[in-house]
Design a protein around this ligand. Structure first.
Ligand code: NI
Length: 192
């Protein structure tokens, strides 16, 4: 684990994520579910008790999938928060971001293959700012600000997009996006 990633993890986040082993995974919504397209509202202090209650089940869903990020709309919640964990099963690196915002982005871009638990089995190369400065509140209300790059930058931008009702396919050409969404619909139909 890099020092940069380590410095993002709070004791509270680690304890909540550890509780995932005893929590039933929440079902993850699949595109084109309407909730995935809705902009979320800011989390208020009075929402935190409920959010803390469901977080272990959200981590459980993300770890079971398995995935490296999960945003509230993906489990049907219209609230501005998301989880990220780039760690390994034996060395989790959970980060809970309440009201996250990208506050600055690099001019240099980077392309990386992305997938999404709400678009299972669909992958595409997405170009985004290479580095971003992200601000959020911890579960304990502490204001956190970090500059991230590499996979962490991709992952945080992807999750923050979800909070705006944006999916990774929205960064592609219309042709490419429609192709992926049609393929997903076909695969989901075959599964039923
Ligand atoms: Ni996603």
């Amino acid at each position: 684990m890099t020092n940069a990633a380590q410095s993002l993890i709070t004791q509270t986040d680690a304890a909540i994520a550890a509780a995932a082993v005893d929590a039933a995974p929440m079902p993850i919504l699949i595109a084109p579910h309407a909730v995935l397209r809705r902009k979320t509202r800011e989390v208020r202090p009075e929402d935190m008790a409920e959010i803390r209650r469901i977080l272990p089940s959200m981590f459980s869903a993300m770890y079971e999938a398995p995935g490296i990020g999960l945003a509230a709309p993906q489990v049907g919640l219209g609230l501005r928060f998301a989880l990220v964990d780039l760690g390994e099963k034996e060395a989790r690196e959970p980060i809970i971001m309440i009201n996250p915002e990208v506050i600055a982005e690099s001019e240099t871009l980077a392309a990386r293959e992305e997938g999404c638990l709400s678009l299972p089995n669909q992958y595409a190369e997405v170009t985004r700012p290479e580095k971003v400065r992200v601000q959020w509140r911890s579960v304990d209300g502490e204001l956190i600000e970090r500059e991230v790059d590499d996979l962490m930058a991709t992952c945080m931008q992807h999750e923050i997009d979800h909070l705006e009702g944006v999916l990774f396919v929205d960064h592609l050409s219309t042709l490419r996006r429609n192709m992926i969404l049609r393929r997903l619909a076909k695969e989901q139909k075959q599964k039923r």
